[in-house]
Design a protein around this ligand. Structure first.
Ligand code: FES
Length: 511
């Protein structure tokens, strides 16, 4: 158990630093049918930036979110604004060729410049700073990978260099720098865009879950309470697309979780953004908290619903932060879910070629600040019928045999195993065995169920069969959720859907 009072100890409950120190506006629930030009589903960086760009062009927009605006992955990011997305450019050149690899870089750099220019133009106080970004390794076998990445930088004209040290005092065998990237407080930035979008006349709704899209003479986005938004076109910016449109997105992407801590370090952190490329990855940057530099330490990625008990990932990061920087005060801990596509390039554009009025943006592979901004710009250009040089690169209709097929086979084999796993197991534990603040798979009336006992001794029991395609969900001890190992659906302790592809809550179980 963790103590809430000891400042160097881990906070008992996860909470994102970005969401904790900022008051965001509230919006009503959709309670009647409405009609607009464009419906946007999802109030993160893609949804808000798209709504803002379309609103500027005089388009009537409705923006809805299943929960609070900015409560999804955008509120849980590291908020590095960079085109340095790990070891990616050598791989992109191998699989897509020089031009498309350059296109990926340029789309993301252009998104960085868009954010920077928006911050400057509107004088947004969002702690934006220009920082160099570094990939580094402390493992001999990764040195050649960094050398290859540097060669790709040179061929693509990416400004940076190869070096044997980095500006902070940690052991490094090789590093690759990308010059003049950025970081900010993402919610301060998006709050300003949201306010502007509201002034442009957008209708914004929270706690409004989109469950379907009906297509007839017009398109209707259908909310769970039956209310509809009639429109000409829909932008699905819900992280995982709530509507699949026979695009089979759940089979073309896989979900991962990763973890972040915010700490006051004992050692001074001079600046820069860092990513250790070998496993377990480590991500570093600073941000400001009450005008004091605090350190964000991230990493420990794993497939959702799989692997060790999730609290151990937080503990591993805590140990790393303690050993590397020292911890004066442990402020926050939180986690995020990210989707990676089968070829590592996001899906941005028309959901399928048969449904040209429905757009999707997903699969940002942890790099949602630039990829998300690039997505909003590309989709708003498509809607406004303006040319965009990156349409073909990101189109969800693309099919690249290599490496997609290899990855798809690996991911789907993994899913098949999880579909069977646990179905016939008879757990030994019963509800009486649960400790306070413990969740577990238990046996109820001879059958498998999931149960969580809160600090007031209330017990919440759910059927552990995922409502997407029937895999068995697993208890996430770090975040107190039920997570599906197959396609990443996540549920609260009461069974409510936190993240799709599932749309329906877990069934309740009575004793
Ligand atoms: Fe697909 Fe659970 S998310 S079966």
């Amino acid at each position: 158990m963790f103590s809430e009072n000891a400042s160097q100890h881990m906070p008992q409950f996860p909470e994102s630093f970005w969401r904790s120190n900022l008051e965001l506006p509230s919006f009503p629930k959709l309670e009647k049918d409405i009609e607009v030009d464009i419906s946007i589903v999802g109030g993160g960086i893609v949804g808000i930036t798209s709504a803002n760009l379309l609103g500027k062009a005089g388009i009537k927009v409705a923006l809805i979110d299943a929960g609070k605006i900015l409560s999804g992955t955008t509120g849980h990011t590291t908020a590095k604004i960079t085109a340095q997305h790990g070891l990616i450019y050598h791989e992109l050149m191998e699989h897509f060729g020089l031009e498309k690899a350059r296109g990926y870089y340029e789309a993301n750099m252009s998104a960085l410049h868009f954010i920077r220019d928006t911050v400057l133009r509107h004088q947004i106080e969002c702690d934006f700073t220009e920082e160099d970004a570094y990939l580094y390794t402390n493992t001999d076998s990764y040195i050649s990978k960094l050398e290859r990445e540097m060669e790709a930088y040179e061929k693509l004209g990416i400004e940076g260099d190869y070096r044997n040290s980095i500006p902070i005092d940690i052991p490094v065998k090789a590093a690759v720098r990308m010059n003049a990237q950025g970081q900010f407080h993402p919610l301060k930035y998006l709050k300003k865009l949201l306010e502007e979008t509201e002034h442009q006349g957008a209708e914004i709704f929270e706690n409004t879950t989109a469950v379907d899209i009906e297509q007839g003479n017009e398109i209707k986005v259908v909310a769970r309470n039956g209310c509809t938004i009639s429109c000409k076109q829909v932008v699905i910016a819900s992280h995982y697309p709530f509507y699949d449109g026979a695009g089979f997105y759940f089979a073309r992407m896989y979900p991962e979780r990763s973890y972040l801590l915010a700490v006051k370090p004992q050692k001074t952190f001079s600046g820069g953004m860092y990513l250790m490329v070998e496993e377990p990855t480590r991500s570093l940057r600073y941000t400001l908290c009450d005008n004091e530099k605090i350190l964000l330490v991230g990493g420990e990625r794993h497939k959702t619903g799989q692997g060790i008990s999730t609290i151990h990932h937080y503990e591993a990061l805590q140990k790393y932060a303690e050993e590397t920087f020292g911890i004066n005060e442990f402020l926050y801990r939180w986690s995020a879910q990210d989707w990676t596509t089968s070829d590592k390039v996001p899906f941005i554009g028309r959901i399928t070629s048969e449904k040209p009025n429905i757009y999707v943006a997903t699969g940002f592979r942890k790099w949602g600040m630039t990829n998300g901004t690039a997505a909003a710009r590309l989709i708003s250009d498509l809607i406004l019928e303006k040319p965009n040089p990156y349409e073909e690169l990101f189109t969800p209709s693309r099919f690249n045999v290599d490496p997609s097929v290899k990855t798809l086979i690996r991911e789907n084999t993994n899913v098949a195993g999880h579909l069977l796993k646990g179905k016939w197991e008879s757990p030994l534990k019963t509800v009486d065995d649960l400790q306070t603040d413990e969740g577990s798979v238990i046996r109820v009336n001879g059958k498998r169920a999931g149960a969580y006992k809160d600090k007031n001794q209330n017990v919440y029991m759910v059927d552990t069969t995922c409502r997407h395609m029937g895999c068995e969900v697993e208890w996430n001890s770090g975040d107190r959720t039920w997570d599906c190992p197959c396609h990443g659906s996540r549920y609260s302790v009461t069974g409510e859907v936190l993240e799709g592809p599932a749309k329906q809550p877990l069934n309740k179980v009575e004793e």
